[in-house]
Design a protein around this ligand. Structure first.
Ligand code: BGP
Length: 478
């Protein structure tokens, strides 16, 4: 069963996020975000590029949009840097900062590219970290409301599709990379789930604002999602897979679509002293802030096995080096599940399992459970690219990865799943959240290294031409 036609209005495009692509971190009134600080530390510790220049999209945005147009993009998903608009998090707007987004959105619209705007992608204003430890404090929710109200009001006539907070599930796992957490609080794992609760409130507020202000607007979260497979067919491993699904996936989706915390996941968190504190009125707010769709960021599937009750709690590991097999650990949730490598799947150089079928699986699963439209807002292969002597980048591995994932997405669509857009990661090379600039994802090469930003010259990769052809034929010719 495979019917090749995509819907006429299917949104082909790609994604980026502000701090990973823009640079100009201290230009025209912008003040630091927590990512400017975290990435400075990463440079000192691991030699990864900082966010200071990144891909210098701030100064190249017209050229970048022209390249997107050349590829035939119908949509572009990007995020707004809160501290470019409100350098102190709240208070006076930075006119030059907001002007950048006005110009970018106008440029996209002039090129008939639909803007898909993410309100928050890891880059909380540093001023709010200094003031009250950022997302650790409930105070952040009202400041987020102030920021989101301004942005949604500003762009309500130009932006139809909104995503709220990027990847809460990933923030819980990798909280010190995604949020600035003071050293002395890092051993308190309950705070991971407390941050997530604050984000659930902020997400609900943003959904309500879009519903109030944007005529025909659609809003949802962008979630980092991995389907979970049991390592073996033993009932214990199958149960572990159910547990991991409940804690990693349902725990977020039930909030977005049903306005509830998944009971099994909450019961587990309570038993370990990890459950968030919930105040009266919180769950009512969460219910009111329902989602119209779900944006999915899919890179890999997960594999789990049973975990002994007396094991030690551990969260996800990271491969810092890009040498296969160097992942520094796996998540263990005692008595619930433990993550492990899937012996059936190949991995990227950073140990991420490559699994196109996982995309079909999750699209089918989510749509059956919640019956809401879906969007792919990230999907892609982080890889080493080489600029060859002929001035080209030959990246057949990226084409292969994307091709197989598009086929898998289409299979799910042929089974009735409503998918609105495919926006892989990333439109253009940018700063990785965990591995500097050498781990590349883009269709457009940015000529720089971790140490030397050079001129950030743009070069079209082979995958650029491949994607252009695919879009031209609306998904038939690839
Ligand atoms: C997602 C993030 C992106 C992005 C991507 C790839 O989790 O939303 O910001 O960077 O993963 O991850 P990495 O940059 O760590 O390779």
């Amino acid at each position: 069963m495979y019917n090749k036609e995509f819907p006429e209005d299917f949104m082909w495009g790609a994604s980026t996020s502000a701090y990973q692509v823009e640079g100009a971190a201290f230009t025209n009134g912008k003040k630091p975000s927590q990512q400017d600080i975290i990435n400075k530390e990463n440079y000192k510790k691991r030699g990864f590029a900082t966010a200071e220049i990144a891909s210098d999209h701030y100064h190249h945005y017209k050229e970048d949009v022209a390249l997107m147009k050349e590829m035939g993009f119908k949509a572009y998903r990007f995020s707004i840097a809160w501290s470019r608009v409100f350098p102190d998090g709240v208070g006076d707007v930075n006119e030059e900062g907001i002007q950048f987004y006005r110009d970018l959105i106008d440029e996209l619209l002039a090129n008939e590219i639909e803007p898909i705007v993410t309100l928050y992608h890891y880059d909380l204003p540093w001023a709010l970290v200094e003031k009250y430890n950022g997302w650790l404090s409930r105070e952040v929710v009202k400041d987020f409301e102030y920021y989101a109200t301004y942005i949604i009001e500003e762009f309500k006539d130009k932006v139809k599709y909104w995503t709220t907070i990027n990847e809460q599930s990933i923030i819980v796992q990798f909280w010190t990379q995604k949020c600035f957490i003071p050293e002395e609080l890092r051993s308190n794992d309950q705070l991971r789930y407390q941050i997530n609760h604050h984000m659930n409130l902020a997400h609900a507020i943003a959904c309500k604002l879009v519903h109030e202000k944007v005529k025909d607007g659609m809003v949802g979260s962008a979630i980092g999602y991995a389907p979970v497979y049991p390592l073996t067919s033993s009932p214990q491993d199958a149960m572990a897979a159910q547990n991991a699904h409940d804690l990693h996936n349902a725990f977020y989706l039930d909030i977005y679509f049903k306005g509830i915390y998944t009971k099994s996941a909450m019961a587990y968190l309570e038993s370990k002293g990890l459950a968030p504190e919930i105040e009266p009125g919180d769950m009512e707010l969460i219910k009111e802030g329902y989602s119209d769709f779900l944006a999915l960021n899919y890179y890999y599937s997960d594999c789990v096995k049973a975990c002994p009750e007396d094991d030690e709690l551990r969260f996800a590991g990271v491969n810092w080096t890009g040498v296969k097999g160097a992942m520094d650990g796996h998540e263990h949730q005692p008595g619930f599940f433990q993550m492990c490598a899937n012996p059936e799947l190949e991995t990227s150089d950073w140990d991420w399992a490559i699994d196109p079928t996982g995309l079909e699986y999750l699209l089918r699963d989510i749509y059956t459970r919640y019956n809401k439209p879906l969007m792919i807002t990230e999907n892609g292969l982080g890889a080493y690219d080489t600029l060859t002597e002929d001035g080209r980048i030959h990246d057949p591995y990226r084409v292969e990865y994307l091709k197989n994932h598009i086929k898998a997405m289409k299979k799910a669509m042929d089974y009735g799943v409503e998918v609105l857009a495919y926006c892989p990661w990333s439109a253009i090379d940018l700063l990785s959240t965990s591995n500097g600039i050498k781990k590349r994802y883009g269709f457009i090469y940015v000529d720089r290294t971790d140490d030397d930003p050079k001129e950030c010259k743009r070069i079209k990769k082979d995958s650029f031409y491949w994607y252009k052809k695919l879009i031209e034929s609306n998904g038939i010719d690839f």
